[in-house]
Design a protein around this ligand. Sequence first.
Ligand code: ADP
Ligand code: MG
Length: 342
Amino acid sequence: IEARSVHQIQSGQVITDLCSVAKELVENSLDAGATSIEVRFKNNGLDLIEVQDNGGGISPENYENVALKHYTSKLSSYDDLTTLHTFGFRGEALSSLCALADFHVVTAQAHQAPKANRLDFEVSGKLQKTQIVAGQKGTTASVGGIFKRLPVRRRELEKNIKREYGKVLNLLHAYACISTGVRFSVRNTVGKTKNVVVFSTNNNPTTKENIANVYGAKTLSALIPLDLELEFEPSHAMRRIESDGQSNKIQVRGHISRPVFGEGRQTPDRQLLFVNSRPCGLPQIAKAFNEVYKSFNVSQSPFIFADFRMDTNAYDVNVSPDKRTILLHDAAALIESLKTSL
Ligand code: ADP
Ligand code: MG
């Protein structure tokens, strides 16, 4: 009993809210090489969050392990921890979902389709049973009744579901816009309404077309390209870490709203930030953009879609178990340089 509650508490740190459920499942789909990802909600995610992809599927020899704590098929050496190329590497998401929700997976590799395997797991993450069902190549992960075993958090979620659902949509906008060559679609069924498509993208080759699909052509027409090269001296701390002693070079690529001076038109904040294509909340950086716009008397806060491309040594995604907090080693210098360039 004790081991079980420890697992639940730890799981609650990996999966903290609806956003972390969607994030973990979508990242698994992207890691699996999917070109089509459908996210389905029932009652804004309270009843069900389900992510279906057409990726490589789970190989049968991994069925026993996939939901065990710290099982990952992605990390092949310790070095990979610092130079990360997949989203996942901790092997904690599926195990945590087993502890917190009704979780199952349906998966098929190319050679198995149109037969697939449904995998059901125990709360501990141990494989409970497998069952042959119909299914195409890819994986569908289903999360029902999230937080049912953490009653306080479940009640909190129910109380704030509108806001939480809004946050999860923003996060999915970010994945959909940055993922070129991936068809994304998001559906929500509330009450008796059937499968309402919330938004979708079309397997576009550019982020620009993704943005047009998600936010509409009107938003797109108000955007200008963002293309900056930031270069600054590494701080003392970084100089000690870096063996090659080169200065920091960061490219910023994306789209930003054309400033409209003096006019009172307000657009809702739409600010998507990425580090090496990984969506992340970088409030200090968003603030820097907003301050520059303000300093030029631009009344509305800008639409920002900005991917900061930098050496993988320049940041740390290991700050929190949910990997949503990114620590930029030279945040202050980066922000100064960004403001000057903007
Ligand atoms: P991580 O992503 O850190 O490896 P997870 O707990 O998210 O850990 O997933 C565990 C393992 O399950 C992955 O390493 C992968 O092998 C497999 N897996 C999970 N989701 C998918 C998916 N959508 N397609 C293929 N394999 C998956
Ligand atoms: Mg994962």
